[in-house]
Design a protein around this ligand. Structure first.
Ligand code: DGY
Length: 299
């Protein structure tokens, strides 16, 4: 089976693909009817150029940019890589929580600029993390991994979720109540029509003064223009790993001291990215052998 991969995906599993061509989709110039499987990282699939496609194997858990409805209507199977990136993403959420809450990047910049003078006793004062309240939006696999880490920091955990679940990882709140009560809010929901602009201007205004918003999920879940407004005003702080028009980051954010910005690093550890490649390749080989897909995307 001829596979087109949009890049050389990391790790040894990629070498197990027998008939693979590596080419970014942006460089496809003509119709390629011989391609039956596409290994892709949540990019729009050009079905007009790939009329023979039977499988899209997504590198990543989120598949919001693939065009899944159209793929399904054309009978193309779609897989993703859930589970293997939970720990890495939860770790990054905590890195952003700590960096934002404790003003780590501001401190780093002060040192590098040679602007550190005087006594440590006059240093950048931050708000304590231990003992504060963390609100988790979406208590799925990654949200639960964040909640477990929160126990180590003695955080009080609130969560909101589409369907209320029975858990001792935190207390359930309606979204508006969670936003008004939490000191730190971390987003762990997939992007769907229901979650797009879930945190609109009204909801962002519910955040407490000085609250921290962390987004390692998808930029589109937050109204980015309203978020920029809140951050420019200095009312809240944020740790952002995802944006609406990646790799573009709104210019207004670049010079703000109350924002920590990372370039979509949630799953970016060697171990996790190699595990993602393995799961993607296992889905491709299962499909090739006519076996059940390991992680087809849910209906
Ligand atoms: C995913 O898997 O959807 C992530 O965004 C990659 O880090």
């Amino acid at each position: 089976m001829k596979v087109l991969a949009t890049r050389r995906y990391p790790g040894p599993a990629f070498e197990e693909l027998e008939d693979v061509e590596v080419q970014p989709l942006s460089e496809l110039r003509s119709t390629r009817p011989e391609i039956e499987a596409l290994a892709v990282a949540n990019e729009p699939v050009p079905l007009d150029l790939l009329p023979g496609l039977r499988l899209v194997a997504n590198f990543g858990v989120g598949y919001d940019r693939l065009g899944v409805d159209e793929l399904r209507s054309r009978g193309v199977a779609v897989t993703n890589t859930p589970g293997v990136l939970d720990a890495a993403t939860a770790d990054l959420a905590f890195a952003l929580i700590l960096a934002t809450r404790r003003r780590v990047v501001e401190g780093d910049q002060r040192v590098r600029a040679g602007a550190w003078s005087g006594s440590w006793a006059d240093g950048l004062l931050a708000e304590e993390l231990t003992g504060s309240t963390l609100g988790i939006i979406g208590l799925g696999r990654i949200g639960r991994a964040v909640a477990r880490r929160a126990q180590g920091f003695e955080l009080r955990v609130l969560y909101t979720q589409r369907t209320r679940i029975d858990t001792d990882l935190g207390e359930y709140r309606e979204l508006d109540d969670l936003l008004a009560e939490a000191d730190i809010v971390s987003i762990h929901a997939p992007r769907t029509p229901e979650t797009t602009s879930l945190l609109d201007a009204r909801r962002l205004s519910l955040l407490k003064d000085g609250a921290v918003l962390v987004n390692t999920a998808r930029g589109e879940i937050v109204d980015e223009t309203a978020l920029v407004g809140e951050l420019v005003s200095g009312r809240i702080r944020a740790g952002l790993d995802v944006y609406v028009h990646e790799p573009h980051v709104p210019d207004e954010l670049l010079a703000l001291p109350n924002v920590v910005l990372t370039p979509h690093l949630g799953s970016a550890t060697r171990q996790t990215r190699e595990a993602m490649t393995r799961l993607m390749v296992e889905n491709i080989t299962a499909f090739e052998r006519g076996e059940p897909l390991i992680t087809p995307i849910p209906d």
